[in-house]
Design a protein around this ligand. Sequence first.
Ligand SMILES: [Fe+2]
Length: 293
Amino acid sequence: MNSTASTADFFASVATKSDSGALRGDYTLADQNFVVTQQWDAYTPAQHALWRRLYERQAKLIPGRACDVFIDSLAALDVSHGIPRFDQTSEALYKATGWQLVAVPGLVPDHTFFEHLANRRFPVTVWLREAHEFDYIVEPDVFHDFFGHVPLLFNSVFADHLQEYGKGGLKALKLDGLGLLARLYWYTIEFGLIESPQGLRVYGAGILSSGGEIEHCLRNSQPRRIPFNVERVMRTLYKIDSYQETYFVIRDFEQLFEDTHPDFTPLYAHLNTLEALPANSLLAGEINLPASP
Ligand SMILES: [Fe+2]
């Protein structure tokens, strides 16, 4: 897969991963909520140097591509010099939007993930990829989780949206809606685009932490860029091992909040009767926004 497309994210359960022995983090010290201590002092100089290289590459790519909220929040975080201390960011984040960061060993079970979000806690993986994984990583690491996700948590509307998403996830577990809700997460929080007066911009963490997709999603003529619609998103399959073939574009974070916090119970029931759409679909009458110049 491409760099930090972040593959299965939280949808691969720990149980499934453990069966294959593929989980990478050390879960032995995690508490019942899969929370660990970051142990910041244990990061090596080489790991901080790798973080700086990752940061520098992405920092050059985000002007004119990432949304303003992300750029401004990232600058305020001041984490260019090395792997950040979660406790320091968490303190600032709590003051800004009432969210906190919790350190986790890696992917956590769906229920645990949703519980954290519903209580305004964002789980951030503690380990950093190896140097040879600079462009390619199978599971989300600290760079993806922190660089890609944390800046937007400083925006109150986005932060409220993510909490509602967590509450919705807990409900979806009981409603045969998890697969549908996973597509929503994928096409918004991981791979979402947003309108701006200057043209399309990126807010999805999977794109923002990727060296290649950040340009591809805006400037390449191949992928579709379709105005956001909840039902359409939930019907659409996605790619986990290549760049996305479709991106969905929100007007603003208010739209994301308003369109995704209603009770999805009837929508799940309806969509579970319909066939999923291929990732490269373009339906009759649908707008396909052009690539940015
Ligand atoms: Fe992610």
